[in-house]
Structure formats: structure tokens, C-alpha cells
Design a protein. Structure first.
Length: 85
């Protein structure tokens, strides 16, 4: 499930929330319900803004076929990196 950063200008807080791409969070109350945080003094209907972030997408190929470090094929000179053949 993707994570998104949201900022509330009413209280200056930025929180990270996990939800599906189809779901939208629009208020501090919705964000608090999603993250399990108490509302505090901020009104539940205070608007929030989803921030643009770099994202964290990992290719499934990278997970299934990790590349071996260069020293695994003898490329780092005598196992100096700690990986021995």
C-alpha cells in the first residue's frame, strides 16, 4: 500500500499515511483516523494538503534478481569488503 505525506496548515504538522491510491484524505479528522493520532486541539474539519514526494517504487525484478556485489566475482581484491568467494 502506498504512503503519502499530508500537511495541515492549521497546526503545522506533516504526517505520513498509508492508503490505497483510490482513497482521498481531505481533513485533519480523516488523517487522524487513518494514522491513529488523536485530534488534539485542531478541528476535525481543518483542511489538509497531500504533498508531492519522490515516492518509493521498487521494481519487482530488483526484488527477485538482486545483483551480486563486484567482489562476489573477485572484483574487490581479496575480499576486502568482507564477502568471501
Amino acid at each position: 500500500m502506498p504512503t503519502y505525506d499530508y500537511h495541515c496548515s492549521a497546526n503545522g504538522q506533516t504526517l505520513e499515511a498509508k492508503h490505497s491510491m483510490n482513497e482521498e484524505l481531505n481533513t485533519w479528522g480523516e488523517l487522524c483516523a487513518n494514522t491513529g493520532l488523536a485530534l488534539g486541539a485542531t478541528p476535525a474539519d481543518a483542511p489538509i494538503m497531500r504533498l508531492i514526494t519522490g515516492g518509493q517504487i521498487v521494481s519487482s525484478r530488483a526484488l527477485k534478481n538482486p545483483e551480486m556485489p563486484a567482489c562476489a566475482s573477485g572484483g574487490c581484491g581479496g575480499g576486502m569488503c568482507g564477502l568471501m568467494n
